[in-house]
Ligand binder design. Structure first.
Ligand code: AR6
Length: 170
C-alpha cells in the first residue's frame, strides 16, 4: 500500500529516494524549484543534465541526486499555462504519470513532488492541485504496491492548505 502525504517545506531537504524537478525543456537549470535543486545538488548535476538532450513537456528524465539527500532527481517539464492549445490538463497529468512510471522502472520506492507548473509557468494552484492529486491517485490504483510513499511537497502554506483540503476530501 502507498502512503500519500502532503507536507510543507523545501524539496531539496526531502529524504525520499527521489525528488521531482519542475524543469524547462533544456534541462539546463532555471529559477524557482529548478534553481534551488541545481544549487543544492551542485555543478555535477548540470554536467549530467547536458547529456540528456532536453525533455519534452509531459515527459521525464532521471539523474543522480548528487549532493542532495535524495538518491535520484526526476526532471519533468510542465505545461506553460494557457499556451498548449487546450491541453494544459492532460500535459500536467502526463508529468505526474511520467515521473511515477520512470521512478517505478528504477525501483524507487519513495518520491516527493513539487507543485508542477504553478510558479513561473502560471498554472493556478486551485486548478493544478486537483489534477495532480487525481493523476497520482489513478496511477496508484493501477500500481498499488509500487511505492511506499508519494509526497506532495508544497513550498507555501497557501498551497499546502489547498492540497490538504483536497486530500482530506478524497
Ligand atoms: N521546494 C519546493 N517547492 C518550491 C521550491 C522549493 N525549494 N521553490 C519553489 N517551489 P516554479 P514552474 C515551488 O516556478 O511553474 C523554472 O525556472 C513554487 O512555490 O519553480 O513549473 C524552470 O526552469 C511553486 O509552487 O516552476 C522552468 O523554466 C512550484 O515550486 C520554470 O521555472 C513551481 O514553481 C518552471 O515553472
Amino acid at each position: 500500500m502507498t502512503k500519500i502525504i502532503v507536507a510543507l517545506g523545501d524539496i531539496t531537504h526531502q529524504n525520499t529516494e527521489a525528488i521531482v524537478n519542475s524543469a524547462n525543456p533544456s534541462l539546463l537549470g532555471g529559477g524557482g524549484v529548478d534553481g534551488a535543486i541545481h544549487a543544492a545538488a551542485g555543478p555535477e548535476l548540470l554536467e549530467e543534465c547536458r547529456k540528456l538532450g532536453g525533455c519534452k513537456t509531459g515527459e521525464a528524465k532521471i539523474t543522480n541526486g548528487h549532493k542532495l539527500p535524495a538518491d535520484y532527481i526526476i526532471h519533468t517539464v510542465g505545461p506553460v499555462y494557457g499556451m498548449t492549445s487546450g491541453h494544459d490538463g492532460e500535459l500536467l497529468t502526463a508529468c505526474y504519470r511520467s515521473c511515477l512510471d520512470l521512478a517505478k522502472d528504477h525501483l524507487i520506492r519513495s518520491i516527493a513532488f513539487p507543485s508542477i507548473s504553478t510558479g513561473a509557468y502560471g498554472y493556478p494552484i486551485a486548478k493544478a492541485a486537483p489534477i495532480a492529486i487525481e493523476a497520482v491517485l489513478r496511477w496508484v490504483k493501477d500500481h498499488p504496491d509500487a511505492f511506499s510513499e508519494i509526497r506532495f511537497l508544497l513550498h507555501s502554506t497557501r498551497d499546502y492548505d489547498v492540497y490538504a483540503k483536497l486530500l482530506g476530501e478524497t
